[in-house]
Design a protein around this ligand. Sequence first.
Ligand SMILES: Nc1ncnc2c1ncn2[C@@H]1O[C@H](COP(=O)(O)OP(=O)(O)O)[C@@H](O)[C@H]1O
Ligand SMILES: [Mg+2]
Length: 322
Amino acid sequence: MFCLNINQNLIRKFENTIDTLNPDKSRIPINILGYGEISLVFEFQDNPSIAYKRLPIFESIQQVKRHVKAYRLYNEILSRLDIPVPSYDAYWLKPHYNGPICLYCAQQKIDPNSIGNKIIHVATNEEVRIFILLILQKLAKIWFYNNQKHTRLKIGIDGQISNWSIIGYNANDPKITLKSELSYLDTSTPLFRINGVDAMEPVLFLRSAPTYLRFVLKALFLEDVVGRYYDLRLVIIDLIANFFKEQRKDIIPVIIKVVNDFLAQNPLLNVKPLSYREIKSYYDEDKQIWIIFQNARRLDRWILTKLFRKRYHFYLPGKITR
Ligand SMILES: Nc1ncnc2c1ncn2[C@@H]1O[C@H](COP(=O)(O)OP(=O)(O)O)[C@@H](O)[C@H]1O
Ligand SMILES: [Mg+2]
């Protein structure tokens, strides 16, 4: 599915003149579409039908090529499991300034109103309930596959609400029914393992962490951070815990009910029921880790840019309400 018309010239110009502190004030005008905890997603004002995700994290050509291959394969794997993904492509370059190789993962731009983190603020509780059920059905496809005895391929996924969109959702006439179809957006973090080997180099997850923290993070957390995407129960807990961050904790009990009913109806998934308490304590711990991480990155940026007058390669979002 490579039908995107990406503009390589524009990407090169953008990357070579980017203002990493304020990317939306760079020489080439962009609109920021979103960011995950560690990345920037934007569109070029001159080419607004494509969403670009910028990953300035690669140390060698071999490393970026491996990632692109994994990205393409992950998109294919999900499509084959009946989890639709937007059309996609990728382009990477070594910037003129002295910095890491930068990968741009491109995707057909999706209407922001149709993405989960927007939807849950406008949909009715019943519709959010259906939305969660639709996500669970997609997740189940992955774990029915993973749970087969002889598969060398294990697939992981980040089930967060902001990674799903509803195809054909119309903000003027919003409706979510059991017939609605979802698509999954977050494919630039390819989560799959072949014979136990991660397709995406796990250290890349840490690339945006301050250098002095990487060593510690790697020793303490890396396995857990990556491993939780391969554990259905943790993926679901993470999805629900999101509703605290999105300021919709009111609806969490409803969601826990739909999840537990679903798990009871699908005993082959072999996942124990969830409780509000464990989700709350997961959230509290996760929140602490991210706050520490974000503050450490801000300090790192300050040291690099203000003390050493060097370039900081990443974009750090402002304060995130949690
Ligand atoms: N194709 C797209 N069209 C429009 N917005 C997008 C698209 N892909 C991502 N976004 C926005 O950017 C956010 C982060 O993208 P995502 O791929 O989930 O990256 P991350 O791995 O950093 O979470 C999404 O939650 C969404 O708001
Ligand atoms: Mg995401």
